[in-house]
Structures are given as C-alpha cells and as structure tokens.
Design a protein around this ligand. Structure first.
Ligand code: NDP
Length: 285
C-alpha cells in the first residue's frame, strides 16, 4: 500500500484572522473531494508579511489568500499580476509556481460568477454602493464583463470619484460618481444594484442603506456583499419589491472555488462549501 503523508499547503495571511471563515469551507471541500491539501489560517501582522511570504515559498505552498491589511502591501512581493488585479490594484489570491508568485483578485470574479447565474452584465447599467476593496473589485470585473456603465455611490466623495475615474479610464465601461444623498433614489434605468459597503454586517444586522426602497423595480437584480447574515434588510426590501436578489454567500463560495481551482487545478464542491457557510451564518430565505 502506498501512502502519502505529505499534504499540499494553502492558507490565508491576515490580521485579525480569527473571524475569517474561509478555512472552514476550504478544509471541508478538500476533505470531501479527497484532495490531499490543507488550508492554514495564519495571523500575520503587517511587519511580518515579508517573512510569511518567504516561509510559504520556502515550504512550497501552492498559494495563499491575503486579507486585511495585506491586499495592497502584497504587490511588492509578486512577480506577475493578472490583468484585472492590475487594474484593481489589490490582490487577494497568490499562486506559487516554484517560487514565481502571481497575484489574482478573485473577490470580483466570485461576484461575477454569482451574478452570471441570474443575468449577464453585458450592456447593463450597474450601480454600486461603496468604494472600498469589495466595491473596487466588483466595479472593475463588471466593467470588464461588458457592463455599459458603472455608477459609484459612496459616503466619502473622494473615494467614489477616484473609483469612477478608474472605471472610465481603465475599462471599456462608462464610470460615474453620484453623491449619496439622503433617501437616495435608484436610477430607473439601472438593472444591477450592489451593496458593496459593510452596512448590515453582523453584529449590525439592523442597519441598512439609506436608499428610497420605493425606487426598487422588478427588473432589477439586487446583490449584497455582506454574507453574515446572508438575508440582509437590503435584500429583504428588494425581494419585497419583486427584484431578483443575490446574497453575499454566493460571492464567498465562488471566490473560494476559483481559488481552489487556481491552486490545485481541481473543481471543488460548491455544495459542500455552501453548506458549511449556511451552518455558520444561517440559511438565506
Ligand atoms: P472597506 O473598508 O474597504 O470599504 C467599506 C465601504 O463601506 C466604504 O465604501 C465605506 O464608505 C462604506 N461604509 C461603511 N460603513 C458605512 C456607513 N455607515 N454608511 C455609508 N457607507 C459606509 O471594506 P471592504 O470593501 O473590504 O468590505 C466591504 C464589505 O464587503 C464587508 O462587509 C465585507 O465583509 C464584504 N465582503 C464580502 C465578500 C464576499 O465574498 N461575500 C468579499 C469581500 C468583502 P467610505 O468610503 O465613506 O468610508
């Protein structure tokens, strides 16, 4: 009988790492699919990122995720950037090919994979609330996915304007910024609306976006990046108006699937990952 006691290694570098659920779904999927690979969740403060990267390369890790606060700082250690990661200017996934490190940003790719299950963004008008890391990745991927326009609505104007300019200058889509006025009315021609802020995230699940819910229209696909809880007040209001809704669970599962494929070449089980998340965060209704 031949036995291999040496697992391949993947994982995550972040601080604080303790609240990051990715380890749970990756390990469950590796085990379910009989992939001899582990996912190690590592607490890495900013000053230790260089050592962590050197360690991963030295130990032959297949790759790793970078989360807060390393998504931009990691760039200086990489040999290559995937095209969308280069535009976004941030990396959440690193692939190690015998010491040659490539950076990808799979946050937005995970979102697009979820979105494509209900609609193709090509030719559509997208409105995104927020201008942070998640908004940036979703805006760029939607634009590269063929959206006609991407409008950013953000509390801090300078960040919103900067992201709108990035879309306008670096992608084929039109980029625009709208100030977030009280009771913000959704443009009736918009067809994909995304909450990419952290509003509604546990433990502040009672919070919701300052948007006129009477302007939700049934033709709109309304998405949330918040995965915990999956059924946010934002999505409940949109569903009540007859919109198609997408929870943040799909984005989280899909980016984990993409990461697993990039590292191992294997299509891991989406069902297993989703079940793990639903056990952690509750089932979206
Ligand atoms: P950032 O800190 O980079 O950005 C946060 C954004 O939310 C900013 O645009 C900020 O506006 C806005 N915001 C926060 N609070 C408020 C408020 N009270 N009113 C108005 N705007 C507000 O965070 P990320 O982009 O990294 O993450 C955002 C959310 O996305 C988090 O909840 C995170 O968990 C989730 N996420 C989900 C993923 C998934 O797979 N489902 C993947 C990645 C992230 P301002 O610029 O004015 O500060």
């Amino acid at each position: 009988m031949s036995t291999n006691f040496l697992a391949d290694l993947t994982g995550s570098f972040a601080t604080s790492a303790a609240q990051n659920p990715t380890v749970q779904l990756m390990e469950a999927a590796y085990q379910h699919d009989h992939v001899n690979c582990r996912y190690i969740n590592c607490e890495v403060p900013p000053g230790n990122l260089a050592d962590a990267v050197r360690g991963a390369v030295g130990m032959g890790w297949l790759g790793f995720n970078c989360s807060i606060p390393h998504k931009v700082a990691i760039l200086e250690f990489l040999d290559e950037l995937a095209p969308s990661a280069a535009i976004i200017g941030a990396v959440n996934t690193v692939i190690n090919d015998n010491g040659r490190l490539t950076g990808e940003n799979t946050d937005g790719q995970g979102f697009l994979k979820s979105l494509r299950e209900v609609t193709d963004p090509a030719g559509q008008e997208v409105v995104i609330f927020g201008a942070g890391g998640a908004a940036r990745a979703i805006a760029v991927e939607s634009a590269l996915g063929g959206a006609r326009s991407v409008t950013i609505v953000n509390r801090t104007p300078a960040k919103g304007e900067e992201l709108a300019a990035l879309i306008e200058e670096r992608t084929p889509a039109t980029g625009a910024y709208l100030p977030w006025s009280a009771g913000f009315p959704l443009p009736p021609t918009a067809s994909i609306i995304v909450n990419a802020t952290s509003i509604g995230f546990h433990p502040n699940a009672d919070a919701t976006l300052d948007v006129d819910v009477k302007t939700f229209l049934p033709h709109m696909v309304v998405a949330d990046v918040v995965a915990n809880p999956p059924q946010t007040r934002w999505l409940t209001a949109a569903a009540g108006a007859g919109c198609t809704t997408l929870t943040g669970l799909g984005m989280l599962v899909n980016q984990a699937l993409i990461n697993g494929k990039l590292w191992t070449g294997i299509d891991l089980s989406a069902d297993v990952m989703r079940r793990e998340l639903e056990q952690l965060f509750g089932v979206a209704r």
